[in-house]
Design a protein around this ligand. Structure first.
Ligand code: BGC
Ligand code: NOJ
Length: 811
């Protein structure tokens, strides 16, 4: 069942009922100010850091789901309602939500009033614009009142939920003209405030939650709105809110609009005050003035749309498959940008208080957006590398505001360092900017202890080599990519975290996955050594890679597939000899992507076993059989009920590794079949089963052993976005950035006749027309660029800023 449709021309997903199977959300903001907004106006906003600079409150685990947002109530002659349906839930005669790229528009109509809330964060603007348009669709004159509503968060979202001894006393506001200023803690140590403005004179306002709602009322029944009368309350402690009350008279057929700005301002210490106790509002006034009129909003929205159009134009596809086109051209790159901005910090599932930017997560996210904004990828790489330890290990996470490693989580995840090589290599291949390797980058945030980025990569590489186990395979540490495979943890205490609790010394448990990752990215490090003239370094590294490949073949293959790991006792995990968890997806993907066992025919076996044992109609499960009981030697993975999350859920993040592995061995039909099994646009018709948004990937779909097979969870912030983008654009469609050019090497379904990719690469535009008259999956017969035949399948960098016509013949 569908709840909307894709409007490809406008690059929007259009939802035609507020009662989607789960809140279907969108992200606002590109640089510093961000918001989340659902199809019923729920959500919240923050400045840069979802924990430390939260502007508005949002309650997780709320009842009903998705309660709290930027709401606009319409009071109409005793009746009141909200255009997004929630929170009042009064029946609407019409409803439509359009989620676009960086903006959302929600329209509701009731009793002769059509109201549309348009929400976005303009470019280079530290605030959200909410424009509310009201149209009288009746034959009578309408006299209505519009009440806005936001609930302010007392900045630190964690404190805001926990420290009530303090919180109930600190709230402070100022009101001037039509602007409500939230200035809690500004008096002492903060230099920032929020404001909520309206570009109309007010009939009244409220800034105290209790006065606005009534102590025992929910957001569905604010007492002021019900009475059609603001109470002009001034918050003092308790819970500050912002609500404007505006009187509007509309003749039949007439339309009007109000602009509301929810903004954030920081003042320099010496300019904090206008006069004693009165905050300096200069910057707020300037921001408000930018959106004085309706046309200002229109203009800013079209600039935002142009910005996105430009970003998405870096890679576009024309194919016979609309679903594929919309994934590749719009929604997947869009999700990649959102994961770049957020990492795993703020979504409807990540509260934005527990997790900063992940070391491995951010490096992988980078793969999906580096072609869109390489300069920000560069900055990100340096930020991530700056948190690395001198021994090559890494903090698992860092805070975006401070750019410091997160001590609470610490390090010890032995795959982490390698992702820095993966991310940096992707950046250099995209840009040709080898100069980044000479940047001086601190260790552990300490500028006095700095070394070149190249040195950081070297430490990453040797962190693996310095931590090998009994079989010559990498020690796993706390965990590898699979955070829940905790082989040294042995936790029997419910209150400790599997990821951070004291581990055993653990110099036995090894990861075949890390071995695969090492052999996959080792050649990148070797190539960089060579290009720096470090031939000896390169050949030493090559020897390590060769040894790792041999160790994987010798100790990491189990007859029909790659093993997953060795545990603390040196026993096999992911082996036919195991009672449960006999085969895991991760090493089948990464070892084959690394080319291990391809010549020997083992890669085929591994992928056939994956198909036979792990594949389901909804995707590939993480392992099989799922764990039916808790194994203390395995940790969190066996703590999940069968079929969920890492315990045999379909982890969408690593399905593309199998697509890419299938492409390595040339099976294009398989690669694409797997792609379309989990790509959300293909799941639109089963939205009632799938439940999360049909325009973005979710982290997990419940697997075959789950009670609710096929049901997705945790949409938006997942490495799934980046890897699926790489799988489709590079492995399947076959446009691969390389050190010295663009390699063309598709691996497609045999039925495909042709497709065209337009790719911007290092300033040039390549229009690549690929034809497949012989209906092969893989194999490039000829390539011509602007009519000239190439001797291989790598497009050299033209560096002339021109558009180049490329014809590729498969066969
Ligand atoms: C989740 C993992 C996640 C880990 C770290 C676990 O509870 O299952 O998917 O990687 O926490 O946040
Ligand atoms: C989510 C985490 O963010 C990611 O780092 C990890 O690789 C996966 N879960 C798998 O456990």
């Amino acid at each position: 069942m569908k709840y909307g449709f894709f409007d490809d021309v406008n690059q929007e997903y259009v939802i035609h009922t507020p009662q989607t199977p789960y809140p279907w959300i969108n992200y606002l903001g590109n640089e510093r100010f961000f918001g989340l907004i659902s199809n019923t106006s729920g959500g919240y906003a923050f400045y840069r850091d979802a924990r430390l600079r939260r502007l508005t409150r949002y309650r997780y685990n709320n009842i009903p789901v998705d309660n709290g947002g930027r709401y606009f109530y319409i009071y109409d002659d005793g009746d009141y309602w909200t255009p997004g349906w929630m929170p009042v839930k009064r029946e609407l005669e019409q409803y439509e939500c359009r989620h676009g790229l960086g903006y959302t528009s929600i329209m509701g109509e009731r009793n002769g009033i059509r109201a549309t809330q348009l929400a976005f964060v303009p470019l280079s603007f530290d605030g959200e614009v909410h424009q509310v348009k009201l149209q009288n669709t009746s034959l009578q004159t309408k006299k209505i009142k519009l009440f806005s509503f936001v609930e302010f968060c007392l900045w630190n979202a964690y404190d805001d939920m926990t420290n009530y001894q303090r919180n109930l006393n600190t709230g402070e506001v100022e009101i001037q003209d039509s602007v409500i200023y939230h200035k809690t803690e500004y008096r002492e140590r903060r230099n920032h405030y929020a404001f909520f403005s309206a570009n109309r004179p007010l009939a009244g306002y409220d800034t105290d939650r209790e006065a606005f709602l009534g102590l025992y009322n929910g957001l569905d029944q604010p007492q002021t709105v019900a009475a059609g009368q603001a109470s002009n309350s001034i918050a003092s402690g308790w819970s500050p809110v912002g609500s404007h009350c505006i009187e509007i008279t509309l003749e039949p057929g007439k339309e009007t609009s109000c602009n509301f700005i929810l903004g954030y301002v920081e003042n320099p210490e010496e300019e904090k005050w206008e006069s004693h106790g009165v905050i300096n509002k200069k910057q707020a006034h300037a921001m408000i003035a930018q959106f004085a009129d309706e046309t200002d909003v229109k203009q800013a929205l079209s600039e935002l749309r142009a910005y996105w159009y430009n970003l998405l134009s870096k890679y576009t596809l024309q194919s016979h498959d609309d679903k594929l086109n919309r994934m590749v051209n719009i929604w997947n790159p869009y999700q990649c940008m959102v994961t770049f901005n957020m990492s795993r910090s703020a979504s409807y599932f990540e509260s934005g208080i527990g997790r900063g930017m992940g070391f491995r997560d951010s490096n992988q996210d980078l793969l999906g957006f580096v072609h869109q904004i390489p300069e920000r990828a560069r900055e990100r790489i340096i930020d991530i590398a700056s948190t690395q330890f001198e021994n090559g290990g890494a903090y698992h996470q860092y805070q975006p505001l401070t750019k410091k490693g997160n001590h609470e989580v610490g390090g010890g995840f032995n795959d982490d360092p390698l992702w820095l090589i993966v991310g940096t290599a992707a950046y250099i291949k995209e840009t040709g900017d080898f100069g980044i390797l000479d940047e001086q980058v601190p260790f552990d945030g300490n500028v006095e202890r700095a070394a070149t980025l190249f040195e950081h990569l070297k430490r990453s590489f040797y962190h693996v080599i310095n931590n090998l186990g009994p079989h010559g395979l990498p020690l796993i540490g706390r965990a590898d990519w699979n955070d829940c495979l905790n082989l040294n943890c042995f936790s029997a205490t419910p209150d400790e975290s599997y990821q951070t609790t004291q581990n055993l010394e653990g110099r036995v448990a090894e990861s075949v996955f890390i071995a695969g990752l090492f052999v996959y990215t080792g050649p990148d490090f070797i190539e960089l050594c060579k290009r720096r003239g470090l031939d000896e370094e390169a050949s030493t590294a090559q020897a390590h890679v060769d040894r790792m490949r041999a160790a994987t073949l010798e100790h990491g293959f189990d007859g029909e597939w790659f093993l997953r790991a060795y545990d603390h006792y040196g026993d096999k995990i992911g082996s036919k000899d195991c009672e449960e968890g006999q085969i895991f997806i991760e090493p089948q993907g990464f070892c084959v992507m690394a080319g291990i066992g391809v010549e020997e025919g083992l890669a085929h076996k591994a992928l056939d076993s994956t198909r036979d044992r792990l594949e389901t109609p909804y995707g590939i499960v993480l392992q099989h059989p799922s764990y039916s009981r808790y194994y203390i030697n395995l940790g969190e993975i066996s703590s999940y009920p069968p079929g969920y999350k890492e315990n045999a859920g379909i982890f969408c993040h690593n399905n593309p590794w199998i697509m890419m592995a299938e492409a390595v061995i040339g099976r294009g039909d398989r690669a694409f079949e797997l792609y379309s099994k989990i790509a959300p646009a293909y799941l639109e018709d089963i939205s009632d089963i799938h439940r999360t948004e049909p325009y973005v990937y979710a982290q997990m779909i419940a697997g075959k052993d789950a009670v609710r097979e096929g049901e997705a969870k945790n949409s938006w912030l997942t490495g799934t976005a980046a890897w699926n983008f790489i799988a489709i654009t590079q492995s399947i469609l076959g446009i691969q950035p390389e050190w010295d050019g663009l390699r063309i090497d598709p691996c497609i379904p045999t039925a495909w006749d042709e497709f065209i990719v337009t790719r911007v690469f290092r300033g040039d535009t390549y229009v690549i027309h690929i034809t497949n008259p012989q209906h092969v999956s893989k194999g490039v017969a000829t390539v011509t660029v602007d009519g000239t035949l190439l001797t291989n399948n790598i497009l050299p960098v033209a560096a002339d800023g021109a558009i180049h016509q490329v014809k590729v013949l498969l066969g």
